[in-house]
Design a protein around this ligand. Structure first.
Ligand SMILES: C[S@@+](CC[C@H](N)C(=O)[O-])C[C@H]1O[C@@H](n2cnc3c(N)ncnc32)[C@H](O)[C@@H]1O
Length: 327
C-alpha cells in the first residue's frame, strides 16, 4: 500500500468533516422494481398495519436524517448515512455500528485483495455485489478514491440513496437473477459481503458463474459465507443449536429458509410498507456451508480458491479469496 493505514483511516467520527452530499429520500416509481403482480393480496387489517408502519418509518427517517445533519454540522461525523429504515435492514441499528462494522468487514477484503496483487491505489475496477446500504462502499470510496467503484443490489431504494451519496461510484439495481448489466471481463476485484450467506445453493451457483463472467481473467474475488465460526456465534445466541459443526460437515450445507407461502406474504407486507418491492423472487434465509462444500462450489464455478480466512467478517463469516484463472 502506498499510503499508510493510519493516514487512510483518518475521518469517521470526530474529524474535520467535508460537506457531504445531501440526499433526497424520495423514491420515484421508476426507481422501484415492479414485480408486485405475483404477490398474495393482504387482508384490510394487514394492509392498514403495514401502511401505518410505513408512515412511522418515514417519520423516523426524517428524524434520523435531521439528527445526522446536526452531527455533521457539529463535526462529529463526516460521512453520509442512508435513511434509517435502510440502515436497520443491514443489521446496523446505530450510526457507530454502520461505520465500524463497515470498516471491520471491508479491511480484511482490502488486505486480502492487496496481498493477492490488486493495486487499490490505481484506477482498478471494483464491484461491490449486493452492496446493501453501502457499509463497505463507504470505506472503499474513502480509503481508495482512485478505484473505479461499482456497486449493485436488488434493493432499489438503497440504490437510490447510494447514487446520491456516492456520485463517483456507478451503482445500479440489478435483478434477482443474472445477468448483471456489465460486459464480460470488466472487474479487477469483486467483493460481496453477506449475500452468499443468505441465498440458496442453486442461486449461489448462478451468481458464482455470473461473477466469474464479469471478472477479468486473473481477477480477485472476495466472497463471504457462513461456516463453522458463524455457527459458533449463532449457538452463543441460542440459534441453530441442533446443528453441530460435525453435523454440518456431514450435511455439507444447511439452508434455513422460510417456505414459499411465508416468503410471499412477507414480500407482500414489505410492498405494503410503501418502499417498493425488495426485488427478491425466491426465499432467502441463513445458509451454512462446510469448508469442503464451499471449496467445491467455488472450484466447480471455475475459480481457483486461494484461501479461506475463517470468521474474519463481523467475527462470524468466513472470507473466501478466489482467483479467476487466466484462461
Ligand atoms: C445482509 S445484506 C448485506 C449488504 C451489504 N453487503 C453489507 O454487508 O452491509 C444482503 C444484501 O444482499 C442483497 N441481495 C439479495 N439477493 C441479491 C441478488 N440476487 N442480487 C443482488 N443483491 C442481492 C439484499 O438486497 C441485501 O442488501
Amino acid at each position: 500500500m502506498r499510503n499508510t493505514a493510519s493516514s487512510k483511516l483518518e475521518g469517521g467520527f470526530n474529524s474535520n468533516p467535508p460537506t457531504p452530499t445531501e440526499v433526497s429520500l424520495t423514491i420515484s416509481p421508476q426507481d422501484l422494481h415492479d414485480s408486485n403482480s405475483s404477490l398474495p393480496s393482504l387482508g384490510a387489517g394487514e394492509r392498514a398495519l403495514a401502511a401505518a408502519k410505513g408512515s412511522a418509518k418515514r417519520l423516523i427517517d426524517i428524524w434520523f436524517s435531521s439528527k445526522c445533519a446536526v452531527l455533521r454540522g457539529l463535526g462529529i461525523i463526516d460521512f453520509s448515512l442512508p435513511p434509517n429504515h435502510i440502515l436497520r435492514r443491514t443489521s446496523s441499528h446505530t450510526i457507530r455500528h454502520y461505520y465500524e462494522s463497515g470498516l471491520t468487514s471491508f479491511l480484511p477484503i482490502a488486505t486480502a485483495a492487496i496481498a493477492d496483487g490488486v493495486n487499490l491505489d490505481e484506477s482498478v475496477s471494483v464491484l461491490d455485489f449486493a452492496c446493501g446500504a453501502g457499509r463497505q462502499l463507504l470505506h472503499l470510496t474513502r480509503l481508495y478514491p482512485n478505484v473505479k467503484a461499482h456497486a449493485c443490489d436488488i434493493r432499489a431504494d438503497a440504490i437510490k440513496y447510494l447514487r446520491g451519496a456516492y456520485p463517483t461510484a456507478e451503482v445500479y439495481a440489478n435483478k434477482f437473477d443474472p445477468p448483471l448489466k456489465y460486459p464480460d471481463a470488466t472487474f479487477d476485484l469483486i467483493y460481496s459481503v453477506s449475500v452468499f450467506s443468505h441465498i440458496s445453493v442453486q442461486d449461489a451457483q448462478l451468481w458464482l458463474a455470473e461473477l466469474r463472467r464479469v471478472a477479468k481473467p486473473g481477477a480477485t474475488l472476495c466472497l463471504t459465507f457462513n461456516s463453522y465460526t458463524s455457527l459458533e456465534r449463532y449457538h452463543e445466541s441460542g440459534k441453530h443449536s441442533e446443528l453441530s459443526a460435525e453435523k454440518l460437515k456431514e450435511m455439507e450445507f444447511f439452508f434455513d429458509a422460510e417456505d414459499e407461502a411465508g416468503y410471499a406474504r412477507r414480500m407482500a407486507r414489505e410492498v405494503a410498507l410503501g418502499f417498493g418491492h425488495p426485488g427478491m423472487l425466491r426465499p432467502t434465509g441463513d445458509i451454512f456451508y462446510s469448508a469442503e462444500k464451499a471449496r467445491s462450489l467455488m472450484e466447480a464455478a471455475g475459480f481457483e480458491l486461494k484461501k479461506i480466512l475463517p470468521g474474519v467478517i463481523d467475527r462470524m463469516q468466513d472470507l473466501a479469496v478466489l482467483r479467476r484463472p487466466n484462461q
